[in-house]
Design a protein around this ligand. Structure first.
Ligand code: NAP
Ligand code: MG
Length: 482
């Protein structure tokens, strides 16, 4: 058994003095913060401490109606009529304001969602700003994105996002919709509403015409009101496959367009000729990054048999050095699980893995008493038919299998209802081409993992979704081409 390291880093917590949060947040409709018709509020908590941060208004049916009306009016009167280069200026302004306030956004993202500050600071916030910059650039150049065609906006777009990358998913949704001339009603996830509320403040500060962006909070029912509203022209959704299926059924026959970014169970494949130490670092990034709360997480590992012992023992050693704890600490690798509900789901799968006969290895890290935490966990002695190999866990839990030939691993990787992403580690370009061509998944990284760029489309095959986000493909989901 690998021993725990004998020394610790001194705590290096990011300060929270510079952030400003109100005691409660209202709905952002028609450019103003207003209370909901029913004046209901729900708490948002810090999953690392279980303490309440603030309260947020819950939008009911009549509030959604109000938000859609305000988006429609802004679409008809202002946004769709505005010269494209003016629209672009507003989006640039949002991007710059977000950059200016990057520190504040990172800290709020971390306390509301539980992810390590290193990630919100270095990944979520800069990428969110990059998405606004990238799409601001497209606003007045759509004729180059779609040569020979006229790109017309769709109208009012309903957008529903999950809790794992709250600000980044808001940026993925808002930036292309605005750049193409649509107006929006956006619903953040119930457990992570705060950076979207701060983004609403930026949108006000950027002087965006009232009603172009409306942000409403609430649970699944609030999402349903948006999906079923008859004056919404498109639903853009990121979340679970179950809710994605519900949305497909609900909008069938309504003429509404939809794009769905759903779950995943990515295969991460290590060939014997890979740079093993780099591959081990890649495995850690693929499954333990953001507590495994990543739709494209490399949650199925396939290691070529000849190097399996070496890879697994190096991985176990590396797991012992991962720091689990205070998400605000700059040394932390693995933060808090987003909610009690998600933690219970992860624990249920770990128990299931054991019941199915898997062998477990967990790092012996100390876990804080309060809050929601899960140690990095790997399973060996599992097989394709096991539920922990087939189903999305959305936590720091990895199922490891071995393979002998290229064809065998391609067949195993494709044996999944999902097809969002994947990874391949090898010294041979030919293997990279073979594997990336034959695996049915939207994004496959070679000798790296979890790399994103606004210009690169991201989307899934099979039960992982419909349509893409990012790049010209992402823009095309927000226009009618005539
Ligand atoms: P979820 O339950 O599907 O929730 C996603 C969003 O939909 C939340 O805002 C949620 O509100 C809302 N919602 C719930 N029920 C709804 C309904 N019937 N109609 C309309 N909206 C509804 O997903 P989650 O468990 O929070 O998020 C994790 C999932 O998202 C994973 O499966 C993951 O793979 C997927 N994901 C995919 C991508 C991608 O790009 N493919 C990216 C990130 C995450 P509440 O907050 O109240 O539940
Ligand atoms: Mg929270």
């Amino acid at each position: 058994m690998t021993k725990k390291i004998k020394w610790d880093y001194s705590p290096a917590p990011e300060s929270t003095d510079h952030i400003q949060l109100k005691d409660q947040y209202d709905l952002f409709i028609n450019g103003k913060f207003i209370s909901g018709a029913e004046e209901k509020y729900f708490d948002t908590i810090n999953p690392a401490t279980e303490e309440k941060i603030t309260a947020v208004a819950e939008a009911g049916q009549s509030d959604i109606d109000k938000a859609v009306k305000s988006a429609r009016k802004a679409y008809d009167k202002t946004w769709s009529k505005m010269p494209a280069k003016e629209r672009g200026k507003y989006i640039f302004r949002i991007a710059r304001l977000l950059q200016e306030r990057a520190r504040e956004f990172s800290v709020i993202e971390t306390i509301d969602g539980g992810k390590p500050i290193r990630e919100s600071r270095d990944v979520d916030v800069p990428l969110a700003a990059a998405h606004f910059f990238y799409h601001a650039g497209w606003a007045d150049k759509l004729e180059y994105a779609f040569p020979g065609r006229a790109a017309k906006p769709l109208g009012v777009v309903g957008q529903i996002i999950p809790w794992n990358f709250p600000l980044l998913m808001a940026a993925w949704k808002l930036a292309p919709a605005l750049a193409t001339g649509n107006t929006v009603v956006l619903k953040p996830a119930e457990t992570t509403p705060l950076t979207a509320m701060k983004l609403a403040e930026i949108i006000q500060e950027a002087d965006l015409p009232p009603g172009v962006v409306n942000i409403v909070n609430g649970a699944g029912d609030t999402g349903k009101y948006i999906v079923n509203h008859n004056d919404v022209n498109k639903i853009a959704f990121t979340g679970s496959t179950d809710v994605g299926k519900y949305i497909m059924k609900s909008v069938a026959g309504s003429g509404k367009k939809y794009t769905l970014e759903l779950g995943g169970k990515a295969a991460n494949i290590i060939f014997e000729d890979a740079a093993i130490d780099q591959a081990v670092e890649g495995i850690v990034n693929a499954i333990f990054f953001n507590q495994g709360h990543v739709c494209c997480a490399g949650s199925r590992l396939y290691v070529q048999e000849s190097v399996a012992d070496e890879v697994i023992s190096k991985l176990q050693k590396r797991m012992q050095s991962l720091i689990v704890g205070d998400p605000l600490d700059k040394n932390t690798d693995i933060g808090a699980i987003n909610s009690k509900m998600q933690l219970d789901k992860i624990k249920m799968y770990v128990k299931l893995g054991l019941d199915e006969g898997g062998s477990i290895y967990q790092s012996s890290c100390s876990i804080p008493k309060k809050g929601f935490w899960h140690a990095p966990t790997i399973f060996t002695d599992v097989s394709q038919s096991n539920r922990i190999v087939q189903e999305e866990i959305f936590g720091p839990v990895l199922a490891i299998q071995t393979f002998r030939t290229v064809d065998e691993v391609i067949a195993k990787a494709n044996n999944s209802p999902y097809g969002l992403s994947g990874g391949v580690w090898t010294d041979k370009g030919s293997k990279i081409f073979k594997v990336t061509q034959d695996i049915r998944a939207g994004v496959i990284w070679a000798n790296t993992f979890n790399k994103f760029d606004p210009a690169s489309p991201f989307g899934g095959y099979k039960e992982s979704g419909v349509g893409s986000e990012g790049g010209i493909e992402g823009l095309s989901g927000y226009v009618n081409l005539v």
